[in-house]
Design a binder for this molecule. Structure first.
Ligand code: ZN
Length: 151
């Protein structure tokens, strides 16, 4: 495992759409392991592959309820709304109020290639939305209604 460099706002890779993972090979497994190590090192709650320069649909999330590895994730259900402070490892020091669904269900593949569904509320629902947006090159700052703190 290795800690990878997290790209920041000026990197154009962050604005590109990621490709679907067709085959879960050793490179994808290593990517998952490295992303997990990078996430825990950073102190964040979620990391998407484009943030480490890889344009693949891979996300890791841990909001304190255990690690979730998501390959080709998609939101299959969402309901309610929540508005709270949100930040991004690629935008250090930037926090703003963002409205998201309060409950979200995601369908994804695990590292064994099995389809599973996972539901989250509150912070986990927010993390699902934030990280999945990264896979389509969308940034949380486009959704900020009010900035809480500037760098
Ligand atoms: Zn982010």
């Amino acid at each position: 495992m290795a800690i990878r460099k997290i790209l920041t706002s000026e990197d154009s890779v962050l604005h590109k759409k990621c490709r679907t993972v067709e085959k879960i090979d050793d490179r994808i497994l290593m990517l998952l392991d490295d992303m997990t190590e990078t996430l825990y090192d950073s102190g964040g709650v979620g990391l998407a592959a484009p943030q480490v320069g890889v344009l693949r649909r891979v996300v890791v999330i841990d909001v304190g309820e255990g690690l979730l590895e998501l390959i080709n994730p998609e939101i299959v259900k969402s309901s309610g709304t929540q508005t709270d402070g949100e930040g991004c490892l690629s935008y250090p020091g930037k926090y703003g109020m963002v409205t998201r669904p309060n409950k979200v269900t995601v369908r994804a593949l695990n590292r064994d290639g099995e389809t599973f569904e996972v539901s989250g509320e509150g912070l986990l629902a927010r993390a699902f939305c934030h990280e999945l947006d990264h896979l389509d090159g969308r940034m949380f700052m486009e959704l900020v209604s009010e900035w809480l703190e500037e760098e």
